[in-house]
Write a protein that binds this ligand. Structure first.
Ligand code: ADP
Ligand code: MG
Ligand code: MG
Length: 210
């Protein structure tokens, strides 16, 4: 079982549904250590992504991911828009023109996404950002792909690891983004971007049939 353009579109729809469902939770997390807009930003962005894939009908997984990237960059704003946009853009480049992704290609795409976020935002592990969800997700995805798992199980492994990574941001003091303005007072709260990354990966895994 591979992953076609239609499967990637279904994954993004599931991502949009999750973001809408968790909008208030993400707003609450961002209210504690930021400016209370992460849920709104992500909901606006993923609604626009779904609307756009419906009309543009991209034909390869890479084209779907690229469209998602450009829509997120133009609609989300804030720190997370360009970061998620870069992640999806790099993921698109990583899968190239392939029409049906296997587990290894999906793992490669997640890794490219992390590299894009790091290139753009310069965060390292334990800066209390989405990178703290992505680093373990990349490792878990790589391991699953190397054991021969397909897209659904690779995504499920990535999602589980991302949730643990997001949870582990709670005690950290933020060193990047708005939350870093709070210094020590940023400790004791889960990072909103790490949480949204984990939620998206779970939605993608479930859409893939995990
Ligand atoms: P803003 O902070 O501009 O209001 P959002 O609230 O939408 O944007 O997104 C905040 C999230 O962006 C944070 O929770 C964090 O995960 C992520 N973030 C911020 N700065 C960086 C960075 N330099 N590198 C990686 N992620 C970052
Ligand atoms: Mg914010
Ligand atoms: Mg903001």
């Amino acid at each position: 079982m591979g992953c076609t353009a239609q499967d990637v579109i279904a994954a993004l729809r599931a991502g949009a549904a999750t973001v809408a469902e968790h909008r208030d939770e993400l707003i609450g997390l961002d209210r504690a250590i930021g400016d209370a807009d992460h849920g709104e930003n992500m909901d606006r962005g993923f609604r626009a992504v779904v609307a756009k894939v419906d009309t543009a009908a991209p034909e390869t997984p890479g084209a779907v991911l690229k469209l998602c990237a450009t829509v997120l960059i133009s609609t989300v704003g804030g720190a997370s828009g360009p970061l998620y946009g870069t992640a999806f853009l790099r993921a698109a480049a990583a899968v190239g023109d392939e029409t049906d992704l296997d587990g290894a290609a999906v793992a490669k795409a997640i890794k490219a996404g992390l590299d894009g976020v790091v290139a753009r935002g310069k965060a390292v592990a334990e800066d209390k950002t989405m990178v703290d969800a992505l680093i373990p997700a990349v490792e878990a995805a790589k391991n699953a792909a190397e054991s021969g798992e397909g897209p659904a199980k690779v995504l499920a492994a990535a999602a589980d690891a991302a949730h643990q990574g997001a949870q582990a941001t709670e005690p950290l003091v933020a060193r990047k983004g708005r939350a870093s303005y709070l210094g020590e007072r940023s400790a004791g709260h889960i990072d909103p971007g790490a949480r949204s990354t984990a939620l998206l990966l779970t939605a993608f895994a479930e859409a893939a049939g995990a």
